[in-house]
Ligand binder design. Sequence first.
Ligand code: PRP
Ligand code: ORO
Length: 498
Amino acid sequence: MSFASKLRAAIATNQSILCLGLDPNPEVMPDKYKTRYDSEMKSGAYPDHAVTYLWEWMNFIIQSTADLVCAYKPTLGFYTALGAGGLELLAKTLAVIPPEIPIILDAKHTDLNSSTVMAKTAFEQWGVDAITLSPYVGQDLAARFLMYPDKAIFVSCYSSNTTAQDFQEYPNREQPLYLNVVQNCQAWAGMDNLALEIGAANPEALAKVRSLAPERLILARSIWANSQGSGQRIENLSAILNAGLDANGDGLILPVNQDALAIGEPAQLVRSLRDEINQAIALTTHQRPTCDLWMPNVCLLDQAGHPHANLILQLFDIGCITFEETVQASGQVFPYYIDLRRIISNPQVFDAVIGTYAEILQALKFDRIAGIPYGSLPTASGLALRLNFPLIFPRKEVKAYGARRLIEGNYEAGETIVVVDDILISGKSAIEGAQKIESCGLKVRDIVVFIDHESGVCDRIQKSGYSPHAVLKISEINETLYQSGRITEKQFLALSHS
Ligand SMILES: O=P(O)(O)OC[C@H]1O[C@H](OP(=O)(O)OP(=O)(O)O)[C@H](O)[C@@H]1O
Ligand SMILES: O=C(O)c1cc(=O)[nH]c(=O)[nH]1
């Protein structure tokens, strides 16, 4: 199961957005383990035995909280700091985490050279579901981890540490570096594979991140740093939730405060924290306006890329391009499918797509717009409304009852019609649609599509007497997806041989 599905299931089953850090830090070890640990360490004879007490402690925490949290987050540094025994401890700890609870390895990995092997060890050997990464090596680092489609990365975007402000807030508070990181890293992968990690002792930074990443999963850190008494904790919690929850009241995971680890019986503390958070979420979402403005997810690529790069990524993210063997209308089997029919369920993408067609249509001369059923009827309707032109459409099949019209809508013979379709593969649908329209005494000059699948289809359209226009070529889409790390080389090659 993928990280994203596992996390959703764990949140639903345990009714919890709590992520518990599994950090075998001897400094905060409860007394019942610490006394034995210290005496073993003092004896100096068997330091590996001392690790046994850390293991007992970690195991106890997991057994006590597995029905109360949505994820576990071991911090790699605590394990490596213990030497060889620490890595054994990590393996043993991971092995007792129930498989339905996702594991986020807090590695803050930052070295490009070791990233391929780190990804292999973390995801294949240790079997963790997600890993935290430092952003500053850039997309190349992330790409090594994103080769695993069922796994996820958490990009560490903001630290609560005071001295980190010198870098994060550079060059000024209006356009700080960390918001640049948030904006840019979202182009590296879709929602299920890339989340953000934010130190949120101060909810202001969290709110800014949320406004730039309205739909991303955010792991908030250090949220308990400024909470002394319970009143202050509830106040802070409410501010964190207001700042960090997405428009649906989701998209946020919160840490368990480290006190839970230091006390001998963590279950009670984690349970009451979970319940407190759930109550606060209910209150926060209840107070929000019921009719919210729908905000797009921002996913920016380098401005030097394709002018429609962001739209291409969004199309990919909403599932318009899938890689599985699919029979085409022509009977051929392709190793992918382009399903532009999904656009209509995402108002922001739909609007952007209509805008790109509109730019082309505005330069053409015509009296009416015709959409090719069924896939292109919503788009043609959107264009008719946006450009204020009348709409018609040729039926796929003529009905044996009712008006039995081949062309629906009103028109006058001799008028010029612009044909709108979503994709040209063989060109058959668009050409046949245009011919139906012409058979009713209308003229068709231009055929406008969103995607030209290339391989000579535009020549075929021209040979049939029409002028083809496309917003995008399949090769441009392929290049952008590959450059952004959305698709693998194998998928790139599959689309290149289209
Ligand atoms: O260039 P072509 O080889 O004709 O392929 C492209 C056509 O195929 C799809 O429609 P489809 O036949 O799947 O029908 P639908 O729009 O009703 O889903 C698509 O919407 C195009 O109209
Ligand atoms: O029928 C096809 O050939 C076809 C249609 C479509 O919308 N997308 C695609 O990849 N193929």
